[in-house]
Design a protein. Structure first.
Length: 449
């Protein structure tokens, strides 16, 4: 996320040094080569490289000595106890402190627990300078998304909070000039930190609600995906799509910042916790459904499609595929994985056995974790000939009738089995035509004057 931001700053007239710990990344940037696959960044890097307004270095302290503004955007993930792992960002802050000059501004863009930026300001004070007096500290969370970064950098409002009003004014001026996005000043560091966390918790809980309703839709024979537009058509609801799980750097991680800090404040945060639990249990729900509607997975093979946490993204932080793989192994299945963005060696390094989709024989169970475009137009009749018997569509990528028409059992999140000829009401299975009569007679009569 740092390189697109740096390129945008340089594009709008700043003289930028981008720092990274990997020499190979630094060398590529200094040759004008883009080391990431993100639409538009390669072209933007080429432009600022030709103008000599962007360079790369592994020397963060040295770059800090020459900078008036330092933007920090390094990962903060989770410890084994689900606390924020701030070791990397604290290390970077110490490197910055060693080169920090009076009059500088340090802006943290990494999503952090509430109160963490104020703690990092203390780390910066190891420079001998005083935060808020000799240098400014602001928090301005990144609000971008892989494959859409350059658009989101300028389209999404830039939220800022600061240690002091002077720092806030300076941050507004900086981001307005060099980012080109609308800026919202929410006041304090803590307010800006909570803006980002609250937005991520909202998304996670919203998806959890969709997943819970998806389970109900499966039980009563309704395709939730087809009625989502109707659900959201009244201007009151904004339900997101259900799926086999939530992956990435954000939604599986940041709610835990709120949960853990809530515990320290004496608060339980039950809804936030439940959202995380529901989403993390989606993989188990789908694997259990395979056994309910097909047969036990003990000593059988299964193929997971996708390692990346989002379509067309070669990044697997907290990928749902890890939860699916763990659940399949619990059931005694042998797990294979395919992802067109990864080499066999890279797949092996993540604990999976690679398998090409061109293999002459495929496992009987195929589970879609990532809706890569390479999977959109599979030949399901050909998959049947090569041994596939069940497909779990974790991302609503395929039409159920296309899969079932090829003789494969289709199990989609939030979708009933298209081969089902009955409808369940209060646990009783009825033929479809009889169930319609029951609904009319027993559920709608109260609405008739």
């Amino acid at each position: 996320m740092g390189l697109p931001l740096a390129c945008q700053f340089a594009h709008r007239g700043a003289d930028v040094t981008v720092c990274d710990v990997k020499q190979s990344v630094v060398d590529a940037i200094n040759r004008g080569e883009c080391p990431i696959d993100e639409p538009g960044v390669n072209e933007l890097l080429g432009e600022v490289f030709m103008r000599s307004t962007l360079r790369a270095s592994t020397d963060t302290t040295g770059a800090t000595r020459k900078a008036s503004v330092i933007v920090v955007i390094v990962p903060v993930l989770l410890t084994r106890g689900n606390d924020a792992d701030v070791s990397a960002i604290e290390s970077v802050s110490r490197q910055i402190a060693a080169g920090l000059q009076p009059g500088s501004m340090v802006s943290y863009e990494t999503t952090l627990p509430v109160g963490a930026t104020r703690g990092l300001a203390k780390v910066l004070e190891s420079s001998g300078l005083q935060a808020g007096l000799d240098f400014d500290v602001v928090f301005s969370p990144e609000r971008v998304k892989s494959r859409l970064m350059l658009n989101h950098l300028t389209a999404n409002s830039k939220v800022i909070g600061s240690l002091t009003p002077r720092g806030a004014d300076r941050a507004v001026e900086f981001y307005t000039q060099y980012l080109g996005a609308p800026v919202i000043n929410v006041g304090t560091l803590e307010a800006a930190e909570l803006v980002k966390l609250a937005g991520m918790v909202y998304r996670d809980v919203n998806i959890a609600l969709a997943n819970e309703i998806a389970r109900y839709a499966e039980a009563v024979g309704v395709d939730l995906h087809t009625i989502l537009p109707a659900i959201n058509s009244d201007g009151e609801a904004a339900m997101l799509s259900p799926g086999i799980g939530v992956g990435g750097h954000c939604a599986p991680v940041y709610p835990h910042f709120l949960i853990r800090d809530g515990e320290r404040c004496g608060l339980e945060m039950p809804l936030t916790k439940l959202g995380r639990q529901i989403n993390d249990k989606q993989a188990a729900w789908c694997i259990d459904r395979v056994e309910r509607e097909w047969m036990p997975l003990q000593d059988r093979s299964a193929l997971i499609l996708g390692l990346g946490f989002r379509p067309q993204v070669k990044a697997h932080t907290c990928s749902t595929s890890f939860l699916i793989g763990a659940e399949l192994r619990k059931h005694g299945a042998h797990v294979f994985l395919n992802d067109p963005l990864y080499t066999d060696q890279e797949i092996c390094s993540q604990g999976f056995d690679p398998l090409p989709l061109t293999a002459s024989e495929l496992p009987p169970v195929v589970i879609l974790s990532t809706a890569h475009t390479a999977y959109a137009d599979l030949d399901f009749r050909d998959l049947t000939r090569r041994g596939v018997r069940v497909i779990v569509d974790g991302r609503a990528l395929w039409r159920p009738q296309d899969v079932s028409g090829a003789g494969i059992l289709y199990l989609g999140v939030g979708r009933p089995n298209p081969d089902s000829s009955s409808f369940s009401i209060h646990g009783q299975s009825l033929p479809l035509e009889d169930s319609a009569k029951e609904v009319l007679a027993g559920r709608m009569v109260a609405a008739v004057p």
